[in-house]
Design a protein around this ligand. Sequence first.
Ligand code: FE2
Ligand code: FE2
Length: 404
Amino acid sequence: MDKQTKNKLGSKLEKITAESAKQEASKKTVNAIAEMLARKGIDPSEIGRVNKVSVYQQVTKDEAGDFMVHDLQAIQFSPKWEEGPEWPVIQQGPKIQLQKSKTKVSRPKGWEEAVIVPDIQIGFYKKDNESTELEPIHDEKAISVALQLIEDINPNQVVMVGDNLDFAEFGKYLTAAPFKQLVQAAIDRATMLCAQIRSAAPNAKISWIAGNHEARMARYIQTNAEAAFGITRGKLSSQLREKWPVLSVPYLCRMDEYGIDYISGYPESYVALNENLMVIHGNKVTSNGSTTTKYLNDAHVSVIYGHIHRTEYAYRTRLSKNGPRTVMAASPGCLCRIDGAVPSTKSGADEFGRPMLMGAENWQQGMAVVQYQPPGVGSEWFNYEPMWIYNGRGFFRGKEYASK
Ligand SMILES: [Fe+2]
Ligand SMILES: [Fe+2]
């Protein structure tokens, strides 16, 4: 071995020895801190953020007057509970900026148009428990068709009839593992929907009527975490209280930022388009085309409703002292998947809790456009035009709409 190689090896060995001495010292410090915590009865899992670790020496004299050197350690930390929950409960959806539609339409004088958007049931499940891939229970194809129609109509109003969030986890029914811990993903998608509808109808009055599925969130919080119910962000005494609690659908989906009116108070929440036409979510369900009859039996005003996920409509004329008076009841259908992905009374699940996708429910996809004379014009006339959506396609006023 030549001299140069010997020197190189020597310095390498020196380095390794110094490093292992350093490692040995830090190991000693960590062990000493662990012993100190054990002596004080502190469980290391209770430690949150470690703010400072100090290692120092103290010199004392023993009885004989000889100097003694002591290695000492100190640790400053904040307990875990002081930092709040490890996982955020639910956060607002993302801030999204989309381009505004520039579609121009002309309408007969004195008439307005509203697009009716029924049950979207936004939600997800995990197809495979070992992967992070999410499968939507809402139908992106149907939503794409709906957005295109809204953009073409460029309506005065968009009325969403509710159940736009499915909230399976907040429901009273047993939720299987594949549907768990996915509320945040649904909130994020619903926030995007708010941005998309606002960009498709930049000047419209947009209303989101609360359905029974949105109402699940408030009920769940009241039942399981009552102290968190109705809490808003902090305010100074000179400020007004914020309109929506933090754990509420309109706050989480940033509805105020997109100019969307959230109509709470299911089942009494409604939007009146004119004196003879109300839009509600609805709470009646009967089989095979008879829900509309039920509404017509009760109603003295026309009603467009959701909730049943079926396409139905009928009219009834009654005698009145002013002559015949006609009212309509109509359900435009739904925009969620109709193949069994949405948990429902007839849907089945496999041994892992994943939906069978057999499409056992009698559901149809669709939406509607209404031309109406707004209140104040002195008429209660309107015209209802349904659009059936099938497998990402629909036809309206002679035009084909296909999902993009
Ligand atoms: Fe519903
Ligand atoms: Fe629904």
